[in-house]
Design a protein around this ligand. Structure first.
Ligand SMILES: [Zn+2]
Ligand SMILES: [Zn+2]
Length: 135
């Protein structure tokens, strides 16, 4: 039986999948150069979950952008699926979920790299990384 509290997603070719239980801790956007380059898009949109609520299956490869920061992708189709930060939180890309329009971001990081045509009026903005103390 389907658990309504479980969401699923994965890569474009379907071999790398995930299941996640419950609501995310936070949902945001990032305009930093690493998110731009790795996605090939001008920003990254993601939902962050405690790592113990996420189950991943299938082959995945990692690029460690910084120590403890693992950006994981499907080695077959190249889809970016998730980003693992120091093992206790997993950032899942909104576009990797099987359904659209599940979550609404509340903040955006690295607004100093945001494209000038992009308008995001209702979000809390941070010029660089999200300020833990301010949230
Ligand atoms: Zn794939
Ligand atoms: Zn970023």
């Amino acid at each position: 039986m389907e658990d309504p509290d479980v969401l699923t997603g994965g890569c474009a070719c379907g071999q790398l999948t995930f299941r996640v239980r419950g609501a995310p801790k936070r949902v945001g956007l990032c305009h930093c150069m690493t998110c731009r380059k790795t996605s090939g898009s001008v920003f990254n949109a993601f939902a962050i979950f405690p790592a113990d609520r996420v189950t991943v299956s299938g082959a995945n490869r990692n690029w460690e952008a910084a120590p403890g920061s693992q950006r994981r992708f499907c080695p077959q189709c190249g889809s970016q699926v998730f980003h693992w930060e120091d093992g206790d939180e997993i950032e899942i890309k909104l576009g990797a979920f099987d359904r659209a329009d599940l979550f609404t971001p509340t903040y955006e990081a690295w607004t100093k790299r945001r494209e000038s045509w992009l308008s995001t009026p209702d979000l809390i903005g941070y010029p660089e990384n999200r300020d833990e103390a301010a949230s």
